[in-house]
Design a protein around this ligand. Sequence first.
Ligand SMILES: [Zn+2]
Length: 162
Amino acid sequence: MTSGNLAEFTLRGHRVPAIDRTEIDYISGRICKILKATKHSFSPSKIGMFLNSLEENGINIDIVDDEEWIDVARATVDPSTGFIYMPYSLYKNLNRSEPEALRIFLHELGHIFLCHRPLLHFSDKNALQIEDSEWQADTFADCVIDRLKLPRQGRQLEFKNF
Ligand SMILES: [Zn+2]
């Protein structure tokens, strides 16, 4: 009854069990420890090694030819198998530690580590932002970027198209 006062929120992704930012930040810290991820791991000279080492933790990157990439998304993930799919062009940028590519990749890792299961169907009625799988994955990526002080996309880039 009291939820009637909450502003309506439109989910960008699937509705998943709520996890707030504090919890996501805590999880991101645990994951960085387990993966031995540091700022250095994401530097252009080390990131290739780091990406390969993820296989030991059951995370695989499947690189798709740019011409064969038909998905509207820039990358996709199957959290149940630990496979992240991305076009070659994105993989190339990731290996150059390009900030936008890093954030996309960390977002997909977020879907895996926050155990998102799109096959669980929760009602979308009165959904909260903290129940949005896309918000959670974005928040995970931002928490890792803040925690490891990874490069962020320059603000001026956002205005490049104007
Ligand atoms: Zn996503």
